[in-house]
Design a protein around this ligand. Structure first.
Ligand SMILES: [Cu+2]
Length: 126
């Protein structure tokens, strides 16, 4: 009888844990490529979701949304009240994550390749 009680307890624990696992949405992926692009270039997420930038190229990139660092003002934009973010240099094979909690449109760029057109957009919905 004790044996079955233990199994029952184990099953209950597994089911109790599922909502916690499901509550955390997987990060949306943006790849940084050898073609000096963010792929996809534009993504739409929901507020509270996380974007993970993966450097799948052989060179260093960044994901930067700091208007004062942009060569062209239109390459960096944030909703009012949103915090700037900057991955710094991401080496080949490395990644960087940022969680977006303020809805709106974010335009960001790669520091070494902004002038070569390496820019992206994230639309965060409520
Ligand atoms: Cu780049």
């Amino acid at each position: 009888m004790r044996y079955y009680t233990h199994i029952l307890l184990a099953v209950l624990l597994v089911f109790a844990a599922i909502p916690f696992v499901a509550a955390e949405a997987p990060a949306k992926e943006v790849r940084m490529t050898n073609k000096l692009t963010f792929e996809p270039k534009t993504i739409t997420i929901k507020s509270g979701e996380t974007v993970i930038w993966k450097n799948v190229s052989g060179m260093v990139h960044s994901a930067t949304d700091v208007p004062s660092m942009a060569t062209k003002p239109q390459d960096a934009a944030l909703p009012r009240n949103a915090k700037e973010f900057n991955s710094g240099m991401i080496s080949p094979g490395k990644d960087y994550s940022h969680t977006f909690t303020v809805p709106g449109t974010y335009k960001y760029f790669c520091i070494p390749h902004e002038e070569l057109g390496m820019v992206g957009t994230i639309i965060v919905q409520k």
